[in-house]
Ligand binder design. Sequence first.
Ligand code: 13P
Ligand code: SF4
Length: 370
Amino acid sequence: MMLRLQSPLPERYLEASDDELAEWIGNAKAALGERVFILGHHYQRDEVMRWADARGDSFRLSVLAKERTQADYIVFCGVHFMAEAADILTGDHQQVILPDLNAGCSMADMADIDSVEEAWESLAEVTDIESVVPITYMNSAANLKAFVGRHGGAVCTSTNARAVLEWALRREDGPRARQVLFFPDQHLGRNTGYAMGFTEDDMAVWNPRLDLGGLDEVTAKESTFLLWKGHCSVHQRFRPEHVEQFRAEHPDGIVVAHPECSHEVCSLADHVGSTDFIIRTVEAAPSGSVIGVGTEIHLVQRLDDETPDKTVVSLDPLVCPCSTMFRIDAQHLAWVLESLVEGRVPNRITVDPDTAHWARVALERMLAIT
Ligand code: 13P
Ligand code: SF4
């Protein structure tokens, strides 16, 4: 895991009661007015989410921040790669702030630029690298988005992964992919490949710790999808047994899973899609439905609270929260907002201009495709 250091908060925040924190946040937010825009990713705790001016998935929030031109300060209640994406997409006068610098994403950290460049070089020794297109999931560092931008690839989200992969394999605006190097989440890549009609014979897992990804030369050269050996520690916890147990208890229940879950789980689900898709699926379900969801627990609980005519439960009764999303709490939010009122900008997340340029190229390719 990449080390990012968050300095300890002043005692005042650590000792404050919930009511005091809520009062400080409310006052600071009111004092900043339109100059601040608070974004809340769907996995945030309720104590943070109640202050969000906009809720959404990672990509939608960045677009909303860009559109809110009057906001000088974008406080991103989410994780590091999301704040970087917001900095890439927003104007120069807008400063993006991550309330706790230790809020990373363990999946994003499973692919770093050195390992991806090494993989690219070793692939170039065995295959025609001009016909390999790199695709990175939104959940990745800015320098990986820039890498795919430089090498003719694109970013994808869990919503548009299929459209992006289809573009890569059929494109007419550049070299068509014979192979795709997909990082950092093997599950999103595999689930999308299966949905497109490919089989496991077309896919191989690239292990960055091993020479040539741990593959023999023929496999490295012939696999349509080279899937980076990365995963989300939250979504990998869902198992087929959880789906079977839910179905046994609720024979008419509906199962919906995030595509970061394993293929075994997704193939048993009724619906598979991003956090926004999961919300829409719950909204569209008939009153009285019982819906078993395979994603982060804060979203599942909020959906249950906000749709009283339906029962929304986690497929895994023992599921843990995303520990890095969980780092953003009322203490850190109060601290950043009060610092802004005092004229200090804490925890600013910036991406250097060259990286931002190429990452934007990869993001714009995604937008043009979808
Ligand atoms: P979304 O893009 O669906 O919000 O997912 C982000 C994420 O971190 C999922 O684990
Ligand atoms: Fe990263 Fe998984 Fe947490 Fe999403 S839920 S931020 S992919 S660790």
